[in-house]
Write a protein that binds this ligand. Structure first.
Ligand code: UGA
Length: 362
């Protein structure tokens, strides 16, 4: 089996490529300019890496030849970091819609099944947050169902929604190609996938504001308070990257049942507020290191506008219905929040714990 993976060097890509290369008979043709997360795989004989951007006529031609030769196209190329949606809106729209357009078009032209990574953010905010000031009285007002729930977003000036709307339009493009040209697809909407190699740790692996767990872990390792945006009220359902990859593998293995659907991939059992997540991160550090000092690691409340700038608007809550996904994919997410935090904190502690130890002792 030959799988073409634009965005193979990102967080999800690195775990998917690792998992698939462990199987005999699978070749990955990966496109990515950035390869640090897959550096341990670069010598693998069944990984063919195109270390370049999919931009310009010669890249397009080379990519088209790869599409023609593949059995599956798994599109992971995207910008998916909320701090960029309102500060770099043009880049966000280009990366998440315009750059994705030719990938969808070529999949349709060469009649290749396309698995496209979208986002849980296409749902926007919950209906409850608009109609009843966040009183989650009835499931219809908050539960996200992949084939039923409407998509609710703020005004254009709130540029947080550039990402969600670009992603939504690409989903609509895929569906239109399916209806008009017979494109086979699976659209996956991730619900807060966490694990080793996620994003980057600010101040250690790069500069900026990645997603929340990378922010929290970097803060603890560097002895800074974990920042709680607007008091850490917002809620998310947290998913282990390994459960997420299990679902992706199931889409490929159960092709007859899986194609031509939209999937919520997440773990409804792991719903937490960001304040609760900070507490869970403290506990994970204490468990992993055996050092109780982490239980008192401080948090600091920050205003969303001060943290993200103008045009940020938060998703209040993201809780998903996965009953259709479980039936179609014969898949169930298994890892608890505690397990996935222990794994992720353990991974970063092993890499960077020395810094924290030196600060504590010196
Ligand atoms: C992001 C992306 O936009 C989605 O593409 C993606 O599907 C989703 O993550 C995901 O991980 O699946 P979001 O959950 O809002 O959306 O991203 P985070 O940056 O992880 O923020 C989660 C919550 O934590 C927000 O309420 C945010 O304001 C808060 N936060 C973030 C903090 O309290 N402190 C921080 O340091 C960073």
């Amino acid at each position: 089996m030959n799988i073409l993976v634009p965005g193979c060097g990102g967080f999800i890509g690195s775990h998917f490529v690792e998992r698939m290369l462990a199987r005999d008979g699978v070749t990955i043709v990966g496109w990515d300019a950035e390869t640090s997360k897959i550096s341990h795989l670069l010598d693998h004989p069944r990984l063919v890496l195109r270390q370049r951007l999919l931009k310009g006529p010669s890249a397009y031609e080379a990519f088209a030849a790869d599409v023609e030769n593949c059995d599956w196209l798994v599109n992971l190329a995207a910008i998916c970091n909320p701090s960029q949606y309102n500060t770099e809106p043009l880049r966000t729209i280009y990366a998440n819609f315009i750059d994705g357009y030719p990938i969808v078009e070529l999949a349709s032209q060469y009649k290749k099944p396309l698995i496209h990574y979208s986002t849980s953010e296409v749902y926007g905010r919950t209906l409850a947050s608009y109609v009843s000031s966040e009183v989650y009285a009835a499931e219809d007002l908050y539960l996200m169902d992949a084939e039923r729930t409407p998509m609710v977003m703020g005004p254009i000036q709130n540029q947080r929604w550039t990402y969600a709307t670009a992603k939504q339009l690409l989903e609509r493009l895929i569906y239109a190609y399916h209806k008009e040209s017979g494109l086979d697809f699976a659209v996956i909407r991730p619900f807060n996938f966490f694990g080793p190699r996620m994003d980057y740790l600010p101040g250690i692996e790069g500069e900026g504001k990645p997603r929340v767990l990378a922010m929290f872990i970097a803060a603890v390792l560097q002895g800074r308070p974990m920042l709680l945006v607007d008091g850490g009220r917002a809620k998310r359902t947290i998913t282990s990257i390994h459960d997420a990859i299990d679902a992706l593998v199931a889409v490929i293995e159960r092709r007859e049942q899986s194609l031509n659907h939209f999937y919520n991939i997440g773990n409804p059992a792991n719903e937490v507020s960001m304040r609760e997540l900070a507490q869970a991160v403290r506990s994970a550090f204490a468990r992993v290191t055996g050092e109780p000092r982490f239980l008192d690691h401080p948090t600091l409340d920050v205003d969303a506008r001060a943290f993200y700038g103008d045009g940020y608007e938060d998703c209040d809550r993201r809780i998903l219905d996965i009953s259709a996904e479980q039936a179609r994919l014969a898949w169930t997410p298994k890892r608890s929040l505690e397990q996935l935090l222990d794994e992720t904190v353990g991974y970063y502690w092993q890499k960077y714990g020395e810094r924290s130890r030196l600060r504590a002792t010196g």
